[in-house]
Unconditional design. Structure first.
Length: 258
């Protein structure tokens, strides 16, 4: 499949931001803006799990899909505070971010745990957005491919080719997240090409590869023009409807219809 045929996917990761009233305004604005995008640009939002019902009520019938930022490694049981993937699908959600670097760092999530969470998401019918990325120290030590390759391999090892084909993978260099310092388009493309080759070896060459890390309206288009960048996972800029929709429009400008 060619880059054009894959289309574009732009997903907002709200992280731990938002309250009921502000969410309403943001979700309504995103739904309205998404209506005007070409069909080959898909838009999603991953909200704090508590607000997934609100996302459902405001986004149902719109082209915007919604989901959560994590799922439990278990389907049910005595796991206080956890949210299971089947609970998430009860609210019409279709996306679940897994293995975000903030969870790997602050919640000590291992590559193994991320792989199990990916399996739980797939079993429930969710599309897992599996995040990989290196720290600045790892990049400067020339370890980028080794680190992101190992993170991806741990997940792929647990999946069949059919399951792997249902993933979305997000490359998010840790040093670019929330810093205002995005990877350059060349740096991002190089890692995406590496990830694409790894996925192709597992029969999953068409998995959408998103770039995340300080994507803003002014750098999105250049990033999205790269051969192996199929869209973005957007943090800070997804909290402002105008910025998020400008990024979606940048995706449209690089898509077939755009
Ligand atoms: P920022 O866009 O705020 O850098 O966050 C990126 C990110 O972590 C998305 O998951």
């Amino acid at each position: 499949m060619s880059k054009q045929q894959r289309g574009k996917l732009v997903v907002g990761n709200w992280k731990m931001h938002g309250r009921l009233a502000a969410n309403t305004a943001l979700l309504q604005a995103v739904a309205q803006g998404a209506d005007e995008l070409p069909a080959d640009v898909r838009v999603g939002v991953c909200v704090p799990s508590l607000y997934v019902a609100q996302a459902q009520s405001l986004l149902e019938g719109s082209p915007v899909v919604w989901g959560v930022q994590d799922v439990s490694a278990f389907t049910h049981g005595a796991y206080t505070g956890e949210v299971a993937a089947p609970m998430v699908t009860d609210f019409g959600a279709t996306l679940a971010i897994v293995g975000h670097s903030e969870r790997r760092a602050y919640h000590r999530e291992s590559a193994e745990l991320v792989a199990v969470k990916t399996q739980r998401a797939l079993e429930a019918g969710l599309t897992p957005i599996v995040c990989v990325g290196e720290t600045l120290e790892e990049r400067e030590g020339g370890l980028t491919e080794r680190v992101v390759g190992a993170q991806l391999d741990e997940v792929l090892a647990k999946l069949s080719a059919q399951e792997a084909a249902r993933l979305v993978v997000a490359y998010e260099p840790v040093w670019a997240i929330g810093t205002g310092k995005s990877a350059s388009a060349e740096q991002a493309q190089a890692v995406h090409a590496f990830l694409r080759a790894r996925l192709a070896a597992e029969g999953a060459a068409d998995v959408p590869l998103l770039y995340g890390g300080s994507v803003k309206p002014d750098n999105a288009e250049e990033l999205f023009r790269q051969l192996d960048i199929d869209g973005g996972l957007i943090g800070g800029a997804s909290l402002k409807a105008q910025d998020f929709l400008a990024i979606c429009k940048a995706a449209a400008a690089t898509s077939v219809a755009g």
